[in-house]
Design a protein around this ligand. Structure first.
Ligand code: XMP
Length: 508
């Protein structure tokens, strides 16, 4: 595997995903971690950073100590650090260089093997390498900087490379090739990290860990919990006890459809209809956080009650994925925090269950590929994200059963139309929002006074930032007509054209 030392760059996870895409396993660890070198570690990548190597407390690492063991590739800050510690000069560039640049190859070398002489790369730095240390060679330049890629020519026993640009971002058109050259050509990694090998190894280790014991797990109909449960089920069959709760704010028919799919996959899942309990507790509550708290707490109560009936359970399954567990490095302050996953976080400690999290090492796109490998229907794998509090945070103001039904109908028309027009997979997330606003309309000879519905569709990579999707006007017109004509209670449809930030994806 490859170790990525994180110096706090926003792109570190992209490096990891690019490495994994080359079917090479890698871990991200904070730059100050102690690496336990063994025969599995084939190379180290030093990430970028918001810091400058010339700052007083610039994050440091002993590169020579790593080089004694394995090859090293520095990216951006990592490259500057390598140049500096071996005696080179790094300074503020006269021009800050952000965005596209043309990399011009100067030297044939393993790292740039098979690349065009001129290749588009993505820069994002304000420092630049002015002079390389003795014994270093320039592999490539750009029009504005003298060192875009370099290597330490005297490096023994392992080679040291540096890239001033970001090979991991999409706009570095041959960046994947460079990473491939490093991983396979220079580090000698076997490309054996595949969905099939992951499934085989994970099922084997789950068998060993769980033995003849039982696992309980809350399922949400989402990709992560479904894939995690399927892996566990491959290992222990019906000793996995899944619980899927209808909280009354799922999508139309979702409860039955999801249970049916679980059944097809062969998962042992019990559906619990708790709709009325949720509606009862939600009555009169219009504050968004209040709604979230109620739904979260009731969910735990219901799950707990069911879980207690399965007294033989000693493990709790969870769909935690890699981005939830990466230790995030904060270089502008002493704190290093660990994000934790809170899906079933409130379960009473007295339940005394040990966690099983088979997806802890995977990025979302890898979870999807593993899901397909496991034979889970692609409809399930490619579902949009859906918030835990469901339609409750898309019914602005108080949630009632009637409003939930109204929104379910309208949302169903919208999502079905997106699928029929092949737009569903083009957008990252879509949904309808029921506004607490009534307005006047006219149908036939009759005046109406009904609710307004907002449609939302966004493009995004991870939900942190998002842009509204430019859906075709004709499509929006058809959906608007279909909703107003078929859903009694809604007489006006609007489309949300706000990006995140400053808006959010959900309205509450
Ligand atoms: P926002 O609205 O913050 O949403 O832009 C970003 C992503 O998070 C989802 N979301 C939630 N998911 N519980 C969840 O499980 C929540 O309370 C919640 N609020 C927002 C949202 O659907 C989007 O994908």
């Amino acid at each position: 595997k490859i170790i990525i030392l994180d110096f706090g760059s926003q792109y570190t996870q992209l490096i990891a995903r690019a490495v994994r895409e080359a079917n090479v396993y890698c871990d991200i660890v904070p730059f100050h971690s102690q690496i336990d070198f063994n025969e599995h570690i084939k190379g180290v990548i030093l990430s970028g950073s918001p810091c400058s190597v010339n700052e007083q407390d610039a994050p440091m690492v002993d590169i020579q100590a790593i080089l004694d063991k394995v090859p090293v590739l520095g990216v951006c800050y990592g490259a500057q650090l390598a140049a500096k510690v071996f005696g080179g000069r790094v300074e503020k560039s006269d021009k800050r260089e952000y965005g596209r640049a043309q990399m011009l190859r100067q030297l044939e070398d393993k790292l740039l093997l098979g690349l065009s002489a001129k290749s588009q790369v993505w820069m994002s730095h304000s420092d630049t390498i002015k002079a390389l240390p003795e014994g270093f060679e320039v592999l490539a330049t750009t029009e504005s900087i003298p060192v875009a890629a370099f290597k330490k020519s005297t490096a023994e026993p392992n080679s040291l490379y540096g890239l001033q640009f970001h090979p991991e971002v999409y706009h570095s058109t041959e960046g994947k090739k460079i990473l491939y050259n490093f991983l396979v050509g220079i580090c000698g990694c076997a490309q054996d990290w595949t969905p099939a090998s992951f499934v085989e190894e994970t099922v084997a280790s789950l068998k060993e860990k769980i033995g003849d014991k039982h696992v309980i797990m809350a399922l949400s109909g989402g990709v992560d919990s479904t894939v995690a449960a399927t892996l566990i089920s491959r290992a222990i069959g019906d000793r996995l006890h899944g619980i899927f709760v209808d909280n009354g704010v799922l999508r139309k028919d979702e409860f039955n459809q999801v249970l049916e799919t679980y059944n097809e996959i062969g998962l042992n899942v019990k559906g619990i209809d708790a709709k009325n309990l949720f509606y009862k507790e939600l009555a009169g509550v219009s504050d968004p956080e209040g709604k979230r708290k109620i739904i979260g707490k009731l969910f735990i109560d219901v799950f707990h009650e069911e879980a207690q009936k399965i007294s033989e359970a000693s493990f709790l399954g969870q769909g935690t994925i890699y981005p939830d567990v990466i230790e995030s490095v904060s270089v502008h302050g002493p704190s290093v925090t660990i994000k934790s996953h809170h899906n079933v976080g409130g379960l009473p400690a007295t339940m005394n269950l040990e966690l099983v999290e088979p997806l802890r090492a995977l990025f979302k796109d890898e979870v999807r590929r593993v899901g397909l490998e496991l034979g889970i229907p692609s409809d399930m794998i490619n579902r949009h994200p859906f918030p835990g509090p469901g339609l409750a945070i898309r019914i602005l103001g108080e949630v009632t059963e009637e409003k939930a039904k109204l929104l379910q109908e309208a949302d169903h028309i919208y999502i079905k139309a997106l699928k029929e027009r092949n737009l569903y997979n083009e957008v990252w997330q879509a949904g309808a929002i029921l506004l607490p606003v009534k307005s006047v309309g006219v149908m036939g000879d009759e005046r109406t006074y009904e609710f307004t519905l907002a449609l939302r569709a966004v493009s995004s990579v991870d939900g942190m930032t998002a842009d509204w999707s430019h859906l075709p006007y004709e499509f929006l017109a058809d959906v608007s007509n279909a909703i107003i004509n078929n859903v009694k209670g809604i007489n006006r449809v609007v489309y949300d054209i706000s990006s995140k930030p400053p808006a959010t994806i959900e309205w509450e």
